[in-house]
Design a protein around this ligand. Structure first.
Ligand SMILES: Nc1ncnc2c1ncn2[C@@H]1O[C@H](COP(=O)(O)OP(=O)(O)OP(=O)(O)O)[C@@H](O)[C@H]1O
Ligand SMILES: O=P(O)(O)OC[C@H]1O[C@H](OP(=O)(O)OP(=O)(O)O)[C@H](O)[C@@H]1O
Length: 220
């Protein structure tokens, strides 16, 4: 009996860009996947032994790190925030481009970092935020939010935020300015390391197919 290989993909904004790549790599979900009314979370594909699960972006990394899914697609922001040793991220998929940045109110005077030892920051990325400030000799007290970080300064939750920025429109609409870029972000193919060893006959060709799919896109 062949064991099913589970492929985790995020249901958020990466999905639209990920589907054409999946197709180029030869994986097509069943029709129900595209039915917005469907409450199913697991879908068959054109491969009898491959199924797709559609989960929240942060949960893709958790499913794959724990081996509940063997392979997945997720932003490098999520890979770096969790820093799971069980994850192998072999392919930069060149989609979902944005950056992780520090922002603050446009009218807030720059603080002299040499004169302070501690900052309060609203973010969905406490690990990366602490690491960034630690490297600057500052201790970050993180207020964990799951979205709408841009509201935090105007409501007195924190002076600064660390969040994803793409066009900058959300910052601008909320009176904030980007003061530093922590890292550029793009989506990655991630694989569970143990599964990659145990099931290399299935997973290695799949990784190779994504490498080629990204190359094909670049050449277009
Ligand atoms: N503005 C953006 N431009 C480009 N890519 C982005 C942008 N915002 C987020 N991303 C990428 O898309 C991924 C998913 O973001 P999305 O906003 O869809 O999820 P979410 O709504 O924050 O998460 P959840 O599914 O947990 O609610 C992020 O982890 C990041 O890699
Ligand atoms: O620079 P921009 O092009 O405006 O993009 C940045 C916004 O996109 C993401 O949020 P998203 O729209 O995914 O909503 P969320 O806050 O619910 O995660 C991110 O958290 C920013 O709020």
């Amino acid at each position: 009996m062949t064991r099913t290989l589970t492929f985790a993909i995020p249901k958020g904004r990466i999905l639209d860009e990920a589907l054409p790549l999946l197709a180029k790599a030869g994986i097509e979900p069943e029709a129900e996947f595209h039915d917005k009314k469907s409450r199913a979370l697991r879908f068959a594909t054109n491969h009898a032994n491959v199924s797709i699960i559609r989960v929240r972006a942060f949960d893709v990394a958790t499913f794959v790190a724990h081996g509940a899914a063997q392979i997945g697609i997720v932003g490098s922001d999520v890979v770096e925030e969790f820093d799971y040793s069980e994850l192998y991220a072999p392919v930069d998929l060149d989609i979902g481009h944005c950056r992780l940045s520090v922002a603050q109110p446009a009218d807030l005077a720059d603080e002299d970092e040499a004169a302070i030892s501690h900052v309060r920051v609203a973010t969905k990325y406490p690990h990366l935020t602490r690491k960034y400030y630690e490297a600057r000799g500052l201790q970050a007290e993180c207020v964990k939010l799951n979205g709408a970080m841009e509201l935090a300064p105007s409501l007195g939750l924190s002076r600064r935020i660390v969040d994803l920025v793409s066009s900058g429109a959300t910052l601008k609409a909320n009176g904030l300015v980007e003061t530093d870029i922590i890292m550029p972000i793009s989506a990655r193919l991630i694989v569970n390391r143990a599964a990659f060893k145990m099931r290399s006959a299935e997973l290695a060709p799949m990784v190779e197919a994504f490498r080629k799919a990204v190359g094909v896109k670049d050449a277009a």
